[in-house]
Design a protein around this ligand. Structure first.
Ligand code: LLP
Length: 418
C-alpha cells in the first residue's frame, strides 16, 4: 500500500488508477505531473455531499491548480470557482465555468480585472479594503453595471500553519480589520454602483485542526448577526478554504467532519447559503510529480540522487520546507541508503526531499506525492527549464492535458537590441 488511494502499487509497480507511471514516463517524458480524474471527482463529491440539505456552493480555489482539464472537470460536476486574477477568470470561462458561481478574491484587483469580472457577471467580489471598495464602485459606475460585493473580513485567528500561508491574523495584509467591518458595510450600502451580497473570510491554508475554523466562523456569525440587525441584506457566508491534507503523518479533519462543523456553527443562519473555497483539499492528493534519477552521487558526507525534476517544478520544499512523500515507481527489496533528493538547479535550496531512505539506481523513476496543489501552479522557468508536461489519467487511459514547454517558447517574446 502506498497510503494514497488513487496512486497504488500493482505487482510492485506504482500506478495512477490503472495506468503504470512507468508507462506515462515512457510516453510523455519526465518531469511530468500526473493527475487522477477519479481522485478529483471523489474529492469534489465528498465536499458537495457533506453539506446534505444545506444550501451551499463549493468554489474551487483556482490558484491551487488552474489546468483547463481540471477546471472543466470541476465545472461539469457543478463546482464554482474562487479566482484571484483576470487570468484565472479567463481560464475558468474558457473551461466552461459558470460565471454566476465565481467569487473574486485578492488584495490587489486592478480596474481591468474588475471590468472583465463585471462583464462576465460573477457572483461576488470579495473586497479586501476601503480603497478597493471605492475603486470597484467607480469602475462599476463607468461600465453601467452594479457590482455584487462581499467584504473579506480578517477575523484575527491563529491558523497554526506555516507563517507564509497564514492569512487571518491582524498583521496579515488580507481582509478588512474585524472592528471596521460594520462601518465599511454601512458605507458600501450608500455607494450607488454596489450591491451587498455576502460576508467572507479566509484564515490560512493547510489547517490540520478544526479549532481555528470554529473560532473564525463563530466570530463571523457574531458579525453577521450585527450586520443583519443593521438591515444589511447578506445572502451568503463565504468561509474560505484552508482544509489541510495528509502529506506525511498529519491528521487533518475529514471533509465530512469539517463541513459538518461549519454547518453546525451556522445552524441558526440556515437562510444563508454557505460558500467554501477549497483548493488543496480538492486537488492536493490527486496529483504526483513523476521524475527520473539522472545520477547518483555518493560523497564522504552525503548521498545525492540528482533527479530531472527541480525547485522550478515544485517549489514547496524550498519555499516552505514542505515535506512530500517520495516513492519509488518500481518497488524493490534492496536495502536503501539515506539520500538527498535534489534537482539540477544551481541552488542549495533545490531539493525535493531530504534524508530519505530509499534503494535507488541511476535511471529509476520516483513519484513525488501530494503534488496536485501548488505544484505546477507555482512552477517557473528558472535556469531556463521548460515547464513539465501534465497528464490526466482516467481509468486505463492517460491523456496529455498540457504539452511540455519547449525552450523556443521560453524566449519567443524576447528580442535583442536593434
Ligand atoms: N481562498 C483564498 C482567499 C485563498 O487565499 C486561498 C489560498 C484559498 C481559498 C485556498 O486555500 P486551500 O484550500 O488551498 O488551503 N502556496 C501555498 C498555499 C497558499 C494558499 C494561499 N491561499 C502552499 O503551497 O502551501
Amino acid at each position: 500500500m502506498s497510503g494514497f488511494p488513487w496512486f497504488d502499487y500493482r505487482r510492485g509497480r506504482l500506478h495512477a488508477e490503472s495506468v503504470a507511471l512507468e508507462h506515462i514516463a515512457r510516453e510523455f517524458g519526465t518531469p511530468c505531473y500526473v493527475y487522477s480524474r477519479a481522485a478529483i471527482v471523489a474529492a469534489y463529491r465528498e465536499f458537495d455531499a457533506a453539506f446534505e440539505e444545506r444550501d451551499h456552493l463549493v468554489c474551487y480555489a483556482v490558484k491551487a491548480n488552474p489546468n483547463l482539464a481540471i477546471l472543466n472537470l470541476l465545472a461539469r460536476l457543478g463546482s464554482g470557482f474562487d479566482i484571484v486574477s483576470g487570468g484565472e477568470l479567463q481560464r475558468v470561462l474558457k473551461a466552461g465555468g459558470d460565471p454566476q458561481k465565481i467569487v473574486f478574491s485578492g488584495v490587489g484587483k486592478q480596474a481591468g480585472e474588475m471590468r472583465a469580472a463585471l462583464a462576465a457577471g460573477i457572483l461576488s467580489f470579495n473586497v479586501e479594503s476601503e480603497a478597493e471598495l471605492m475603486a470597484l464602485d467607480r469602475v462599476a459606475g463607468e461600465t453601467g453595471r452594479i457590482a455584487p460585493v462581499s467584504l473579506r473580513v480578517n477575523p484575527d485567528v491563529d491558523a497554526n500553519t506555516h507563517p507564509y500561508i497564514s492569512t487571518g491574523l491582524k498583521e496579515n495584509k488580507f481582509g478588512i480589520p474585524f472592528g471596521e467591518a460594520e462601518e465599511l458595510y454601512a458605507r458600501a450600502r450608500r455607494l450607488p454602483n454596489l450591491r451587498i451580497t455576502g460576508l467572507d473570510c479566509h484564515i490560512g491554508s493547510q489547517l490540520t485542526g478544526l479549532a481555528p475554523f470554529a473560532e473564525a466562523s463563530g466570530k463571523m456569525l457574531g458579525l453577521l448577526t450585527r450586520l443583519e440587525a443593521l438591515g444589511l441584506p447578506i445572502e451568503h457566508l463565504d468561509l474560505g478554504g484552508g482544509l489541510g491534507i495528509r502529506y506525511s503523518d498529519e491528521t487533518p479533519p475529514a471533509v465530512r467532519e469539517y463541513v459538518a462543523a461549519l454547518c453546525a456553527t451556522t445552524k441558526g443562519h440556515s437562510r444563508h447559503r454557505i460558500l467554501i473555497e477549497p483548493g488543496r483539499a480538492l486537488i492536493g492528493n490527486a496529483g504526483v510529480l513523476l521524475t527520473r534519477i539522472e545520477y547518483l552521487k555518493h560523497t564522504p558526507h552525503r548521498n545525492f540522487a540528482i533527479v530531472d525534476g527541480a525547485m522550478n517544478d515544485l517549489i514547496r520544499p524550498a519555499l516552505y520546507d514542505a515535506y512530500h512523500e517520495i516513492l519509488p515507481v518500481m518497488r524493490n527489496r534492496r536495502r536503501g541508503k539515506i539520500y538527498q533528493i535534489v534537482g539540477p538547479v544551481c541552488e542549495t535550496g533545490d531539493f525535493l526531499g531530504r534524508d530519505r531512505k530509499l534503494p535507488l539506481s541511476q535511471d529509476d523513476l520516483l513519484a513525488v506525492m501530494s503534488a496536485g496543489a501548488y505544484g505546477m501552479s507555482m512552477s517557473s522557468n528558472y535556469n531556463s527549464r521548460p515547464r513539465a508536461a501534465e497528464v490526466m489519467v482516467d481509468g486505463d487511459r492517460a491523456c496529455l492535458v498540457r504539452r511540455r514547454e519547449s525552450v523556443e517558447q521560453l524566449f519567443a517574446d524576447e528580442s535583442m537590441l536593434p
